[in-house]
Design a protein around this ligand. Structure first.
Ligand code: EPZ
Length: 421
């Protein structure tokens, strides 16, 4: 897989209409949630074809959930699950497999998994997850890189306060709480749209959850959840990525199956850069880019509803050829400027100092050989290559395939000169 490369000849405008795939960061916790469903199957539509989703399906199968994919739909039946150990090999494949902890523990009262390795974004601590689950009665031993978790008397509802609105920790507590005994209150919960998607899926299965989308979520434990039919929300980060592809090539794009309310913190920046962008029909976003982009005001990544950290690299790539200087402050992850060195090799003018990056726009980047450093950094290189002079090659695209469905087919369909070899 990693031998593959994307070959992109820059200069084509991105123009036309593109259907957006379902959200990776909603599909993953949703698939983890199916472990809790004792009777009936879950039919999950708009489930994106991504390697991270494939990895989640392998984890489900490993613990005994019968799941299969039928096109964009995944059918999952967890009526008879057995194993509660997630092997190291599967944990390594997907860093966010920590989200299985809450649902496996909630269903089988035992879960053993290796400590989720760090990832390209730096260490990925799980202290908030563990503290919250322990406060619900979980006994968690951390030995030699393994987590051995049991809940001998089952999980009990309690009041959990998160010192940081961690998306994963909020999801793990929700998954542990929906079949726990008693009421769980999460203070300081994450408010991302993916949290709301998980809550509405669980409610469709019979859970009692209120407050999702606010920083206070109340969950009343139920002893049994049943299967349902559900459709995953659109991927808001893929939406921003494709809008940036249009913006950086002076293009014009309609994204269908997209929800502009999910990217409310990003739209003002694209407008300030000179793009016309608005919601179109019930579930589409329209963007028209100016001939030359202008640099926006400072971009500070924050928890939702602030500017999403996952959109930082794509927007930075777009700013490398905007007129003026843009400043980025990455407040969420410690090591999320790994795309900068690759952009510099294309002639971008960027200076980083700790959490701050200063981008001085140049007229045009030059194509070269590139390697994706991580998922969103890889997307940033694609955006840069689309507008660069000449033909770029991008390696390490297994990172990109984790979060974008056939990115070369999508971009080719709206005018890009791109192929995968
Ligand atoms: C989710 O990761 C997303 N992944 C990330 O998307 C996204 O960047 C992130 O949320 C922030 O929005 C999935 O949903 C699968 P966090 P998650 O817990 O849950 C610190 C992508 O590109 N923290 O909100 O891991 C942590 O180190 C991926 O699609 C603790 O200190 O994010 C980080 O600095 C990348 N202790 C910050 O909080 C903890 O116990 C945000 O982490 C947990 C987190």
């Amino acid at each position: 897989m990693d031998k593959q490369k994307l070959i992109i000849k820059g200069g084509n405008r991105i123009e036309g209409e593109l259907a957006l795939h379902g959200a990776k960061n909603a599909a993953l916790p949703l698939l983890a949630a199916t472990v809790l469903i004792k009777d009936g199957e879950c039919i999950i539509h708009n489930c994106p074809r991504l390697t991270d989703v494939d990895a989640a399906l392998r984890i489900l199968s490993h613990i005994g959930v019968k799941c299969r994919r039928d096109g964009g739909t995944v059918i999952s039946d967890a009526s008879a699950i057995g194993n509660c150990e997630i092997p190291v090999s599967l944990m390594r494949e997907m860093r966010s497999s920590i989200v299985f902890l809450g649902s496996v523990l909630g269903r089988t009262r035992h879960c053993r998994m290796s400590y989720p390795g760090g990832c390209e974004l730096g260490p990925r601590p799980i202290d908030l997850h563990l503290a919250a689950l322990r406060s619900m009665g979980a006994v968690i031993e951390e030995t030699h890189g393994f987590l051995d978790c049991t809940a001998p008397k089952g999980l009990k509802g309690t009041s959990v306060s998160l010192s940081f609105p961690s998306v994963g920790a909020t999801e793990n507590v929700m998954l542990a709480a929906v079949t726990a005994s008693g009421v769980t209150e999460i203070e300081g919960a994450a408010k991302e749209p993916e949290i709301c998607d998980l809550a509405s899926f669980l409610v469709s299965c019979g859970a009692d959850i209120s407050g999702a989308g606010t920083d206070r979520i109340i969950i009343r434990g139920k002893d049994k959840l049943s299967g349902c039919e559900y459709s995953v929300m659109p991927d808001r980060i893929a939406a921003v990525t494709y809008l940036c592809c249009a913006a950086v090539t002076g293009g014009e794009l309609i994204l269908t199956g997209a929800d502009i309310t999910h990217i409310g913190a990003v739209v003002p920046f694209l407008k300030e850069m000179g793009c016309r962008i608005y919601s179109f029909g019930r579930d589409s976003i329209y963007i028209k880019a100016p001939e030359r982009l202008r640099a926006p005001h400072t971009v500070r990544t924050m928890p939702y509803p602030g500017f999403p950290t996952d959109a930082q690299a794509p927007l930075m790539a777009t700013c490398t050829v905007a007129d003026g200087t843009a400043v980025f402050v990455e407040n969420i992850f410690d090591n999320r400027y790994r795309h900068v060195s690759e952009l510099l090799r294309m002639g971008a003018v960027i200076k980083t100092e700790g959490r701050v990056a200063v981008v001085q726009g140049v007229r045009r980047l030059s194509a070269t050989e590139l390697v994706s450093p991580d998922l969103r950094g890889g997307a940033a290189l694609v955006i840069a290559a689309l507008s660069a002079e000449g033909t770029s090659s991008i390696g390490g695209i297994s990172h990109i395939d984790r979060g974008y469905e056939s990115i070369e087919k999508a971009l080719y369909s709206v005018g890009a000169d791109i192929k995968r070899i």
